[in-house]
Write a protein of this length. Sequence first.
Length: 215
Amino acid sequence: MTLIYGLVGNYGIAIIIFTLIFYSIFFPLRWYSSKSFKKAQANAPKMKELQDKMKAMQAKGVAMDDPKMRELQMEQLKMTKDAIPIGGCLPLLLQMPLFLAFFVAITIGLDFRQSSFLWLGDLSAADPYHILEFLFAASMAGTMIFTPTTPAITDEQKMQQKMMTYLMPVMMLWVMWGYPAGMLLYWFFGNIVSFGQQFIINRLNATPEVEPKTV
């Protein structure tokens, strides 16, 4: 961050450039996670079909140790493994140490104090007009809507995911109210970069993969 500030001479611009570089480094992991989510979404209809078959067999009195039931259970287990993208939280976990260091630098360090950017007179203090809080919440909502999630199997799960998509930004708006402007600037621009990356990923993943022909 200090190196970037030395080049641009403004900590607000330095935060934006730092965020762009930081998120670009983790773009390959985000792409891998999105491909895993897409695979899970493709498996969702088959998973629901398996669950319906098992419920129908149970209603007919078929025991759980029945060979046909075990076969369905094994197939469901295999589909479940594919439906859980292991790398989904990996980018976030890898970012945490650097994020904590960044948080300490803004809240405790002296460099960001009295550092102005646009309407912000002090990046270590809260936005006096609370514009960044609303920009952060809006950008978070847009990113969540645009980003694929673990596919919901039941109607209840679909409703829960939909509620989380709209409730989470509102909750985060309340949590982040009064946070240092430098942190909100980082999160807001990070959401913008994430939205752009997800747009690129969605366009790239939209091309159907051609299965190799077997002779």
